[in-house]
Structures are given as C-alpha cells and as structure tokens.
Design a protein around this ligand. Structure first.
Ligand code: ADP
Length: 490
C-alpha cells in the first residue's frame, strides 16, 4: 500500500507541537509494517537551506488563482530513516516567511490560510494529477492546513483514468479550523468546487471552514484518541462542528497517538546530562535525582530534594496555563519546586513572567519562555510530577513523554489524557476545571510521593506503559483499508 502523509509540520525538521511529533514518528511504524510511506510538507523558507542542500529537486508549474506558479519539489528523507520526505518550495505563497504567523499556532490571517490552500493545490497537482512523482493509494491529511485536499482530489478525479487515491483526514485539534474567505474557491478550482453541495452549503455564510471540508470531503475521519472522538460529537467539545461530526459518525474513529520511543528515550537522550536506564525503578529514581540537581543548577533554582513539578506546553487557552499559574502559590506552599517551559500567547507568557518575579517564587520556580527541545527533555527527566491541566486535550503527548521519563502526570480528565493516565496507578486525574480540583489531585500526588513504596510502584507503572506506535500504526492500516473501500464504493 502506498501512502502519502501530508501536514504543516514534521519533527525533527519542523515542529511547533504534537502534530510535528506525530507526522515525524507514525511513518516509521507504518514503514516497519511494510507500507511504502512518504511525507510532503511546505518548504518554509527557514527549512530550505538546512534540509535540502544538495538533494534531488524538480521544477513544476501549479495552477492557482488564474496564475501559473513555479514550485520546486525537493526530495530528501526523514532524518535517520529512508522514508522519502518532500518539501514544496514556492516564493509567493509558501517560502516567504516563518512557519505559522501567530505564536499560538492558530490560523490567523487570510495570507496564512492561502499559504495552505496553495500548498494543498500543489500536493494534488504533483501527487494525484500526475503519475511520475509518486501516485499514492491513500492520501493522509492532517488538520485544517490540508483540509481542502480531499475535495481537491475529488475535483481532480474527473480527469483520472485510474481510481482516485482514498483520503483519510486526521483531526489533531478541532479548535483550530482555518476559516477562509470564499474567494479561495475560485482560486483553487471554481468551476468544479462550487458545484459541490458541502462547499456551497459551507460558503453560504461567506466563509469556508477548511477543517470542516476535510471532515466532510474525506473517505474516513479520525481523531487522535478514542475519548476525543466521542467528545467532539457534543456541543461542549465540538467547536460548532458537533452536528457535522455526528452526521458522519459511522466514519469517525479514534486512534490514540503514540510517541517515538527511540527519540524520547532517557537511556540515550542526547539532551540529558545524565542518561539513565529504564530497567528498574531504583535506577530511574537515581537518574532523575542526578538530572534534577543539574537542572536546578542550570536554572539557578534552589538545590533541594523537594519534588519538582514540571509543565511543558504551547501557551494557549486550551492548555489551562491560567489555572496552573493561578494555583502556583498553593503549589509552592505544598512544597513543590515548579518549572514551566512554554511559548505562545503573549498574555500567558506575561502571566508566567510576572509570577516568577514574585518574591516567594524566587529559587522555587522557573518560567522559561521559549521553544527549546533540550530544556523540554531535561524537564521531563528531572520532574517528579508533571502537570497537564488542559481545558480540552485531543490526545496530548507530554503526559506520555513524562511517563516514559519516570515523571508522574497529574492531568485533567479529558480526551486523550484520560485514555492514557490511570488514577492512582500511573498518575492522578481531576474532573472540574477549577483550582480546588487541580490542587486536590496535586495533593494526592504529593502525599503518594512521600510514601516511597507507593511512589516506586507508580513510577514503575509509568515507565512500563507501552506508548510505542506499533499498536496505533496497525489501527491506521485498518483505517486505510476502510478508506479504500469507501472510495471505491462511491
Ligand atoms: P500540542 O500538540 O497541543 O501542542 P502535545 O502534548 O500533543 O500538545 O505535544 C506537544 C509537543 O511539543 C511535545 O513534544 C512537547 O514536548 C513539545 N513542546 C511544547 N512546548 C514546547 C517548548 N516550549 N519547547 C520545547 N518543546 C515543546
């Protein structure tokens, strides 16, 4: 089976959040299972020189907005693998700036939306309209950036002699929808797309919702955890699309994300000062103590054996950062040393900056406002407890990475968090999004930490949890089979 995975991020080449992790790791498991899998992402300006220098490149022309746009298709490989990775370079729409225009990674201006509309058109013209690049059986799209691809493939199918590729659309975050002005329809393929009932219906209110088009246009839809797949059918989590998702429910599935256990591995993680084996809990705890002291020195924190409470996150409303920062006084009173790493929403960044300036925080808290893979890994390795207080969470990778490094998660009981953490077995959960519930779960974790035997058991459960991609990759292969079936039956 030939699969083309397309997205806006692919770790380690370009990563802003969990989407990058997934696109950089799922293909390895699919390849191991015998699939011919390839990846295509935008050739953002900053990536081009470091990623593709000296690699294969071909020039093409893409038709968009009544113009013939030159693109260069670069072919390289996902680092440390032989999985082909394509980057599409184009001066006008794609390779003219950073990655996302808004620091929260949410779709912002029409320019940004058009960047991905153009990218989507280019993917279809290069990989579906012609057979001399790579003609896949399945095109696997991810989030709003690639939401127009399933509809564009249908539009292209009118010229294809063979059957069109089947499409699967994975929703990583329904809150980020990519709402475009309707003139993009004309720019993409007005004559054909404007006939499509879902496009006509969506455009009736003068905008086009890219994530909704991905959901309605694809053969199969999935989200990144079974619980989130259920939650998005409700108005509380459906972001206004719950009706649409409910209508398509027979084709909506939940497949839990995995993590790349080769990359997130305390035994060989190059970012750690002290690597540690995962063979037994004593070794893990000793390794964590050594790393904790090193991180305390690195961040000019007090050298103490108090439990370290870590948080690594994009700073957005979704992640419950406000709830966490507002609870920090009590957390410090409970005896935690708090370390937060994040970047994103300016208001949340400022909230953290001003909190750590308060006198009672000095030496007890650190707030690092940047994207830094190394600091993130050292926080996972050093923390005893790890917080994920999200308002909603499609899957969440940080709690899984934390567990892999022997840090016990305290998480809100939503979405993928509740699918991956078991109460008092591998972590602690709280239901209501309020300070009382958060602090009560933290208190439970704190008390368990004091009981060395209980703690060893919980840490042991964390490190032995299997979050590798193997199981989920099999589920994706089954979904690819379903998508092929649906695409033929239409
Ligand atoms: P989301 O995709 O919503 O951002 P996930 O939990 O799925 O959340 O994935 C977040 C990923 O991004 C993890 O690999 C996490 O370590 C990483 N990450 C988030 N913020 C930072 C940061 N400031 N520096 C380094 N890594 C970060």
């Amino acid at each position: 089976m030939k699969v083309l995975i397309t997205a806006s991020e692919c770790s380690p080449v370009v990563k802003v959040g969990g989407l990058g992790d997934v696109v950089g790791s799922l293909p390895k498991a699919l390849k191991k299972a015998g699939l011919d899998v390839r990846i295509v992402i935008p050739g953002y300006k900053d990536l081009l020189i470091p990623t593709i220098a000296g690699q294969e490149a071909r020039d093409f022309v893409i038709h968009y907005a009544g113009t013939a746009q030159k693109v260069i298709l670069h072919k390289t490989s996902l680092p440390d693998t032989d999985i082909p990775l394509y980057l599409i370079e184009n001066d006008t729409y794609i390779s003219n700036g950073g990655i996302y225009l808004d620091p929260s990674a949410f779709a912002s201006s029409q320019d940004e939306i058009e960047r991905f509309a153009f990218f989507s058109k280019a993917v279809v013209e290069l990989f579906v309209a012609r057979e001399d690049v790579f003609f896949p059986d399945i095109v696997h799209c991810n989030d709003w950036h690639t939401g127009m691809i399933p509809q564009l493939i249908k539009a292209e199918a009118r010229y294809i002699e063979l059957s069109r590729p089947a499409t699967i659309f994975t929703v990583h975050n329904l809150a980020n929808q990519g709402i475009s002005s309707t003139n993009v329809i004309e720019k993409l393929d007005g004559d054909e797309l404007s006939k499509y009932p879902y496009i006509k219906w969506d455009a009736a209110d003068n905008n086009l919702d890219f994530i909704m088009q991905g959901i309605l246009g694809s053969d199969v839809v999935n989200t990144v955890s079974p619980s989130y797949a259920e939650e998005i059918k409700t108005s509380a989590f459906g972001e206004g699309l719950n009706g649409v998702i409910k209508a398509k429910e027979a084709r909506v599935f939940g497949v839990l994300n995995g993590i790349d256990t080769d990359v997130f591995d305390p035994q060989k993680d190059p970012y750690l000062k002290f690597n540690y084996f995962l063979d037994d809990v004593e070794t893990v705890l000793a390794g964590k103590t050594a790393n904790k002291k090193a991180l305390q020195e690195e961040l000019s924190l007090q050298i103490t054996s108090s439990p370290m409470l870590g948080l690594v996150s994009r700073l957005t409303n979704q992640k419950g950062i406000d709830l966490f920062v507002n609870s920090m006084d009590e957390l410090i009173n409970m005896g935690f040393q708090v370390v937060v790493l994040g970047t994103g929403d300016r208001m949340l960044e400022d909230m953290i900056r001003s909190k750590i300036e308060e006198p009672e925080c000095r030496g007890n808290c650190a707030g690092i406002i940047k994207f830094d893979e190394g600091v993130a890994r050292r926080i996972y390795a050093s923390s005893d407890i790890f917080a994920v207080p999200s308002r909603f969470e499609p899957c969440g990778l940080t709690q899984m990475i934390a567990m892999r490094y022997g840090a016990v998660p305290v998480v809100r009981s939503v979405g993928g968090l509740k699918d991956t953490v078991s109460e008092s077995v591998s972590g602690f959960l709280f239901d209501s999004f309020d300070q009382r519930s958060l602090l009560s779960a933290m208190n439970k974790a704190r008390r368990s930490y004091e009981d060395k035997n209980v703690w060893k058991k919980i840490v042991g459960n964390c490190i032995s949890a299997d979050f590798s991609w193997d199981k989920s990759a099999k589920e994706y292969i089954l979904l690819y089979g379903k998508a092929l079936g649906f695409s033929i039956s239409k």
